[in-house]
Design a binder for this molecule. Sequence first.
Ligand code: BG6
Length: 498
Amino acid sequence: MLESNYWRGNFCIEVSPAPGTLVIFGASGDLAKRKLYPALFHLFRRGLMHEESRIVGCARTAYSDEAFREHIRPELSGGSESQVNDFLKRVYYHAGDYFAPEFYGSLGRRLDELERGCELPANRTIYLAMPAKLYPPILENLSNAGLLTEPEDGSSWRHVVLEKPFGRDFDSAEALDLQLHRYLKEDQIYRIDHYLGKDTVQNILMLRFANLIFEPVWNAHYIDHVQLTVAETLGVEHRAGYYEQAGLLRDMFQNHMLEMLAMAAMEMPASFSPDAVRDEKVKLIRSIRPFDLARLGESVVRGQYAGYRSEPGVAPDSTIETFVAARFMIDNWRWKGVPFYLRSGKKLAARKSEIAIVFKHVPHSIFTPIRAADMQPDTLVLKVQPDEGMELTIQAKQPGPKLCMGGLSLNFRYSELPGGESFEAYERLLLDAMLGDQTLFIRSDVIAESWKLFTPVLENWGEQCPLAVYESGTDGPEESFRLLFRDGREWRPLVPEL
Ligand code: BG6
């Protein structure tokens, strides 16, 4: 690792949320248990949850407050028993039927009561941790009960946090959007993409826009191509019901992959405000060249891991893809002619998410007989996970009397920093939802633009991109290698991190 005098002259913008109530629908579900309670407990331990704030879980199961607290206690790790008890004192439960209007009336009274008891401002964040098909009926009921109306004097707010999928194509996404806007203003809607909560993804903006040395070379004059990989070793696990309807393009490309591409390629926003950042993202996505539908097979590869069709809940003749690789071109001055290769898949050789910026060869070599084209191009890898950090590979002289040149890796790992305790993506996102900061949440126009790009692919790739079967534990189907090979390039190997 590089000797780094860590965080020299560091500068923190840390804002704690005002007191308020977080209402979690789907409180006994998997997402709430695995992600939300641990994240909230972490925030609480870090002093990032206001003393007076409350959490109210809602679900069908009849729990008392006490029984619900015991139900979530096992999910709260990493703190002392007294911290767990202190946190749980702030947790309440309200059971009911999501389809029954009475439930919303009684929830409203319960929230009023809690707010009166502790003199809380009535800031409320409502987290819908449940399938998207339930959003419209729940929002309609919440709205009818007056639970989404913000006071005109601006004394408090109502935010609603939603999980993907936001539609399954352009039309369904538009229909969902219309329904959401029937009950909510855009500045009340917090659409989650958990990749944006990852520190390393947020770091892309700091790296690019808080340093002088990268921006001058961040363009088509210096960059040969970019590789964006999100590889997983796990298969579909217990999620076949969802996955058989979605497939990898909808599950990963339409959201996480495109968001990361936008962060890496967008122009500098006018400021670090939510709309300035999201304006640049949407502008970038609009600049992506639509796929040539007559020649889709030349830029998109579709794969399925061997054995997928035998997974529980998967149709024996399923054509759902578990792997996609694609070449994107961005039609603007900065990226003219620079391909962005994106790939993601399940059951691959390694769990690895990274963005590799591969620079051009030097124009001329004085180190004869080594030719410029023989030298490895400089490569900057933004390592998103699991070994979070950055790696810059450059050419350097190897020590010793002979003139030997080789690639030298300058490798920075977050995990090696003192105090580099990991911060879960959901912590950042929950904190921002409670703060009212939408920078890391997806705006409605980004969703529409991304579906405009991918819907024609989904509708046309059947014949042109035949489903290529690949063995588990490999780097994906042969066709994916050919995609780059045709352009005279190759994928970085998916070597597991040590
Ligand atoms: C989810 C997808 O959004 O992201 C999953 O639905 C995928 O299929 C997961 O496994 C990957 O997230 P992470 O944070 O583990 O890389």
